[in-house]
Design a binder for this molecule. Structure first.
Ligand code: VG1
Ligand code: CO
Length: 543
């Protein structure tokens, strides 16, 4: 086996977004495209000679090929060990855990999360640092800078290695260990939650469904729910990962997880339903005929944290992304905890968790997690809910209603306009920016505007500043209208409109969120000319 240096020309479009580099498979299939990005990562992360790299992905099309390419490059670049999930599989939270547990230098996670998969769909790659979390912006910026000037990459002339059998192989100077992708993660879950209580719940007639959406969570959910916890066979739906995710869109929300939604809203619905996304970091939680918004879910996990053994010592603080509703803030206040508001994307939570300032984190986009890893974690959230249900012996709906009664309800919704022309999408945000001076003091949707801005975040740990993280219209009563452009799409632009309004009168806490927010929705369109500029008369997805 000999190492070789291959001369290449750089690409100018390899800028990582909210969560790594995501492009159409066809883009990744251009000669040297993947290699350039991987070498740019290796050139930007410091001295890893003699260290371990973790490698795995969500199993989508191109995953296996990319793993072979990356292994040869990692060996030629000086890693001494690679830990690879069997079959090339590692969910995002499992990869984060493996990096931490085995003290790896970092990891490459191959995923475009919930984006559809297949030869004509999306692929993605993301670098996580030694704490197990997504590379912070300073690192992703250095990687992007390197992609623009790169002119060679290093690889090993070697045969592909088998990814399917557990065990070790030598690749040049690097040892490749194929590991069970589920075992370490399952042990971690067992250390956090009361498996006996959940087992008793499931044995006692409580019924549930988990939709893995043909994506990576299938093997994890099957082993843990049906294996360790004794849920009945068939609890996990769509549990075999497929390279094209069964042609679906593995985004666990009311639109894309329709199979599960149908089951949960049927007359004979189970007590509990949940789904996870392509790479296993998102979760949707449903009760019988009842949807829990992710923002509420974070608040409810925080308020009930003492139900789970792993959190009984108390939680340090809570962090949420800016567009996520302030429901968690109310819990933090009541519990005397700090609450942090960060830009969108899990990479902003890492420093807060490493510094011991927060235990629980969440995003409105179906992401919840804790300091057990440095990624959001879909199955973790499901197990946390099951643990709470097992202890409190109440229905999902009863737990949520009681929560609203105690803390008030933050009516919340996100409207996505997908595949919009990029210039038009920019114009929507600019239209609101142009009114920053005139809006405060005005009455919109019966509420007084208190302030408008482009959200900016100064990391309290390292002082780094991230600006232009969303256009905010804030109201005196705590209501908010927020506009952001997605940083994970691969074609056109996606405008995200986030709407929030607080209700503390328990008599008015049981409306449909779209009805409760109707006047806010009209106001948001008025000030942004969203529908006119985008040419759309309704959102693509409402959550
Ligand atoms: C979206 C979500 C964001 C999440 C990100 C990655 O980003 O809004 O909250 O962190 O996806 O999640 P954007 O820029 O499209 O709004 V995942 O599950 O795709 O790794
Ligand atoms: Co994901």
């Amino acid at each position: 086996m000999s190492a070789s240096v291959i001369a290449v020309r750089s690409f100018d479009d390899q800028k990582p977004g909210t969560s790594g580099l995501r492009k159409k498979v066809k883009v990744f299939q251009q000669a040297n495209y993947l290699e350039n990005f991987v070498q740019s990562v290796f050139d930007s992360i410091g001295d890893f000679s003699g260290q371990t790299l973790v490698l795995g992905g969500d199993g989508r099309f191109y995953n296996r090929h990319a793993i072979q390419v990356i292994l040869k490059m990692a060996a030629a670049n000086g890693f001494s060990r690679a830990l690879v999930g069997q079959g090339g599989i590692l969910s995002t939270p499992a990869a984060s855990h493996v990096i931490r547990k085995y003290k790896a230098y970092g990891g490459l996670i191959l995923s475009a999360s919930h984006n559809p998969a297949g030869p004509d769909e999306d692929f993605g790659i993301k670098y996580n640092i030694g704490n197990g979390g997504p590379a912070p912006e300073g690192v992703t910026e250095a990687i992007f800078a390197r992609t623009k000037s790169i002119n060679e990459y290093r690889t090993l002339e070697a045969n592909d290695i088998s990814l399917d059998g557990i065990g070790a192989t030598q690749l040049g100077e690097m040892r490749v260990e194929i590991i069970d992708p589920v075992a370490d993660y399952a042990d971690l879950m067992q250390s956090l939650f009361d498996f006996d209580a959940i087992r008793a719940l499931l044995a006692g007639g409580f019924s549930m469904k988990f939709d893995a959406m043909h994506a990576v969570t299938g093997p994890y959910a099957t082993r843990i729910l049906e294996g360790d916890l004794g849920a009945s066979a068939g609890t996990v739906m769509n549990g075999i990962p497929k390279e094209d995710f069964g042609g679906g869109h593995p985004d666990p929300n009311l639109t894309y997880a329709h199979d599960l939604v149908e089951i949960m809203y049927a007359d004979d619905a189970p007590d509990f339903g949940a789904a996870s996304d392509g790479d296993g970091d998102r979760n949707m939680v449903l009760g019988n005929g009842f949807f829990v918004t992710p923002s509420d879910s974070l608040a409810i996990l925080a308020a009930n944290a003492e139900c789970a053994p792993g959190y009984q010592g108390g939680i340090a603080g809570i962090a949420r992304s800016m567009p996520t509703s302030a429901a968690a803030d109310r819990v933090a206040e009541a519990m005397g905890l700090d609450c942090f508001e960060t830009p969108t994307g899990w990479k902003f939570f890492g420093n807060l968790m490493d510094a011991g300032k927060v235990t629980l984190c969440g995003e409105e986009s179906f992401g919840t997690g804790s300091n057990h890893v440095r990624e959001k974690d879909g199955l973790w959230a499901v197990l946390f809910w099951l643990n709470i249900l097992a202890v409190r012996k109440a229905s999902v709906e009863a737990i949520v209603s009681e929560h609203w009664q105690k803390f008030g309800r933050n009516y919340y919704s996100r409207h996505d306009y997908e595949g919009v022309d990029s210039a038009a999408a920019e114009q929507v945000l600019q239209t609101v920016r142009d009114q920053f001076a005139s809006l405060p003091g005005q009455i919109l949707a019966g509420r007084i505007v208190s302030a408008c801005d482009d959200f900016s975040y100064c990391d309290p740990i390292d002082g780094s500043v991230s600006s232009k993280q969303g256009v905010r219209v804030l109201f005196e009563d705590g209501s908010r209208i927020i506009f952001r452009l997605s940083g994970t799409g691969t074609s056109g632009a996606t405008i995200r409109l986030y709407l929030e309004s607080f209700e503390d009168d328990s008599a008015r806490q049981h409306m449909d969120a779209q009805d409760a927010l109707a006047d806010m929705i009209v106001a948001a369109n008025d000030i942004s000319k969203l529908r006119e500029l985008s040419g759309r008369d309704r959102p693509t997805v409402i959550t």
